[in-house]
Design a protein around this ligand. Structure first.
Ligand code: HGY
Ligand code: MN
Ligand code: MN
Length: 408
């Protein structure tokens, strides 16, 4: 099983010595190193390698022009100080599953593709799933060109610096038309499998979710000499809004997180002029999510007004609810049950609040996901973990699924 050696090779790339977490942000040096790793894995297996117009990487066994390809893969980029498994587990498992099928002597009757979608986490430019959204036509070149990182570097500038042409960005319907099924394996970002005692599960749906930027503008002033009554302090409105977000989410059975903040001028002895906070909110249903975000915004406006602060709210990223293809979902469950000699084996089918490239592609291509057990459920953290025997079980499950789909 090649999983262990590939994993060991990829592990050090983009890892922060301070936190032990990863900083594999789009179009940075760490991303370039991950991309070089992907290309080396593809070419060492004699696969046809290509980078598409949106910077996604593809490795092909057979000719995709034949159509009805089975594709698997995920992403290699991370959130700030993210874990080792979110994304990379799906890419490493894809190559390891191919190796397993070659060991079995499997004959493929459909083209097989392995993909690394670029910039899934949106950690640098703020929008999730940039590579897959562009390919699926859910993000235009013009919108992508407007993306800017925290240092004021635009996406085109970052892409050019990494040797990728930003003017080629755009929808790729021809590529998607050649895909008959996309299956993404991913570490579970929750504990459902740990609680059920299963190593692998099949995804049912992804909650609707989005990102909103709250800009609280007040009046910069001296922290030591300005009377409290004379202040227009945006930090107060921000703080009250963070607590309101928690209340609204709890009340609705949703989740809401202010995990990122930017303060100007960000001085210890200066009342801020601007406090910019980013809200991530998700809920099982669309109307619940709408109500939660509306409730948070309403509270924020009341707080801002009470402090003489201006507020602008901008929706920066949004993904509607994803119901994975039922036929493909059930086919995966059948294959996984049958392969284990128990046709009636109940394979866990679970929903998730985490977004994925598979969710973006599900509007264009029959799509499914496999989850691998995460004993703590922790993700987007250096503590993210999956046991090696569970990872190997995931590889074998993916191999069974690919064999069932691509070797009819
Ligand atoms: O935010 C998410 O759910 C995913 O990790 N991009
Ligand atoms: Mn993630
Ligand atoms: Mn992910």
């Amino acid at each position: 099983m090649s999983f262990h050696s590939m994993w060991a090779e990829l592990l050090p790339i983009g890892r922060s010595s301070a936190s032990g977490g990863y900083r594999r942000f789009a179009w940075t040096g760490a991303d370039t190193d991950c991309r070089a790793w992907f290309r080396a894995q593809a070419e060492s297996r004699g696969l046809r390698y290509e980078t598409d117009r949106n910077g996604n990487q593809w490795a092909w066994l057979g000719d995709p022009a034949e159509g009805d390809a089975v594709v698997t893969g995920s992403h290699l980029d991370s959130v700030p100080d993210g874990g080792a498994f979110d994304g990379p587990l799906g890419v490493v498992s894809a190559f390891a599953a191919l190796d397993e099928l070659r060991t079995r002597g499997t004959r493929f009757t459909r083209p097989l593709g392995i993909v690394n979608f670029g910039d899934e986490e949106g950690a640098r430019f703020g929008l999730a799933c940039v590579g897959s959204r562009l390919t699926a036509g859910q993000l235009t070149r013009e919108q992508a060109h407007r993306l800017t990182d925290g240092d004021g570097i635009t996406l085109p500038q970052a892409m050019e610096a990494a040797g990728q042409d930003p003017d080629s960005l755009g929808p790729d319907p021809e590529r998607l038309a050649r895909i008959g099924a996309f299956v993404e394996l991913h570490v579970e970002q929750g504990r459902a499998l740990d609680l059920s005692g299963d190593r692998v599960g099949v995804a049912s749906a992804i909650w609707p979710h989005g990102r909103w930027r709250f800009d609280f503008r007040g009046e910069a002033n001296h922290a030591g000499t300005t009377r409290l009554a004379d202040r227009r302090d945006p930090m107060l409105s921000y703080a009250e809004t963070v607590l309101a977000a928690r209340r609204e989410a709890e009340r609705a059975g949703a989740v809401a997180t202010f995990g990122k903040i930017a303060v100007e001028p960000n001085g210890v002895n200066a009342i801020p002029s601007l406090v910019r906070g980013w809200l991530d909110s998700r809920a099982p249903e669309q109307d619940t999510l709408d109500a939660v975000v509306a409730g948070i915004e309403k509270a924020a406006r009341a707080y801002a007004e009470s402090h003489g602060v201006d507020l602008e709210v901008v929706r920066e990223s949004f993904t509607p609810v994803v119901e994975f293809d039922h036929a493909l979902r059930d086919e995966l469950a059948r294959i996984l049950g049958q392969e284990r000699g128990h046709p009636g084996l109940r394979v866990p089918v679970l929903g998730t609040g985490a977004g994925h490239d598979a969710g973006i592609l599900s509007g264009s291509v029959p799509t499914a996901m496999l989850f691998v057990r995460n004993p703590t459920g922790v993700s987007h953290s250096p503590a993210e973990f999956a046991a090696e025997d569970d990872c190997v079980a995931g590889v074998l499950a993916l191999a069974d699924v690919l064999e069932g789909l691509a070797c009819r």
